[in-house]
Design a protein around this ligand. Sequence first.
Ligand code: PRP
Length: 216
Amino acid sequence: MSLPSNSQSLAIALTKGRILKDTLPLLAAVGIVPTEDAETTRKLRVDTTQEGVQLLLVRASDVPAYVEYGGADMGVTGKDVLLEHSGRGLYEPLDLDIGKCQLVLAGKKGANVSGEGLLRVATKYPEVTRRYFDERGQQVEIIKLYGSMELAPLVGMADLIVDIMETGATLLANDLEVIEPICDISSRLIVNKASMKMKHEKIHQLISGISLAVTQ
Ligand code: PRP
């Protein structure tokens, strides 16, 4: 367990884009408002109206690492990212009910997915994909990609993809369909284990306030 260096301060890791946009109203409800436009600034660390509370702007897939290793006390990230990270070394006290989507197995329309031969699956979630197929006793070859997974079946590079689907528009536009939903996804508040102990009062106050804002 590692503790963020300044035990008086509180750092919250967020990601620019939808997570930031949806999280700012929840933070505002507990009196935390960035002192500059967090979406457009080139700064990676932004002060807020609450003294000692700063926002860290990091990549979505890096939020668990920042929180686990104490670079941030708290963070907001998708359950998809947490499933891939395996939730080591951090608490996940709150479902923020934002960033809702589904993790799905998808492929070309009418694709034969149970046939012979080793299926290839393109995904940016290799751990989740490995677990999914292990549970089914099916051996697959996993190709790790970092985005635009939908292209892989179109160019014959993979038989299937494991990716998040929100509206389904991207699958539809690329002539793909859901073969099986894997799980529901939403953004979660996560907390560094040492911070939870050392800054218990402050963090509990925030969790309670944000929890109230989520249900309103
Ligand atoms: C995500 C995901 C899908 C798309 C799904 O991609 O990987 O491609 O959104 O949304 P939809 O069902 O509403 O079409 P994102 O835009 O985050 O970019 P990425 O491919 O770089 O991950």
